[in-house]
Design a protein around this ligand. Structure first.
Ligand SMILES: Nc1nc2c(ncn2[C@@H]2O[C@H](COP(=O)(O)OP(=O)(O)OP(=O)(O)O)[C@@H](O)[C@H]2O)c(=O)[nH]1
Ligand SMILES: [Mg+2]
Length: 156
């Protein structure tokens, strides 16, 4: 059976592609992503799909092929972008992810409030790609324990 991918949604510049690269162990440099990008294990959705409620239908259609939907909120810029109850539009598990937790710790509470408003429950993951915070935990949650030896210590 075809493996389902993790769908990553969030507003422009919130860190979707950076997180996708970390989940895929893909070292390629960043570029802006105006189209849906299918990776081996992920789907990187354009920011415009959540910035415009008319585009939600594309997200919902694409989520048919997803194992999970990650909904990102950027701690450095926690703008209210999602409609209330946004999470309930999906039939797949919706996981809240706060990105860039190395920045603006004073915004954590407003990120959590935003996720609650859109109907995301626990667990909520807090990640920072440059410092590595939360990435191993999120990968294990989504994909199960790492199977190769480059993550033995568990704190990389
Ligand atoms: N400090 C910090 N910066 C981050 C983190 N994740 C992403 N960034 C930066 O945020 C900017 C946007 O990251 P992208 O991964 O391109 O964001 P995106 O959501 O894919 O952007 P679009 O595809 O243009 O919608 C880049 O300058 C990244 O280096 C993080 O965890 N911490
Ligand atoms: Mg991108």
């Amino acid at each position: 059976m075809r493996r389902k991918r993790v769908m990553v949604v969030g507003p422009s510049r919130c860190g979707k592609t950076t997180l996708v690269r970390a989940l895929e162990d893909d070292p390629r440099p960043l570029r802006r992503t105006p189209d849906m990008i299918y990776g081996k294990r992920t789907m990187d959705c354009p920011g415009s799909y959540v910035e415009n409620a008319d585009m939600y239908k594309h997200l919902i259609a694409a989520s048919q092929d997803a194992s999970h939907v990650l909904v990102l909120v950027d701690q450095s810029r926690p703008i209210d972008i999602y409609s209330p109850k946004f999470a309930q539009a999906f039939t797949k598990p919706v996981i809240g992810v706060i990105t860039k937790v190395d920045l603006a710790p004073e915004n954590e509470e407003s990120c959590l409030r935003q996720l609650r408003l859109i109907g995301v429950g626990e667990p909520i993951f807090r990640v920072s790609v440059p410092t590595g915070v939360g990435i191993a935990e999120l990968k294990e949650y989504l994909f199960g324990p790492a199977k190769n030896d480059d993550n033995k210590g568990g704190n990389q």
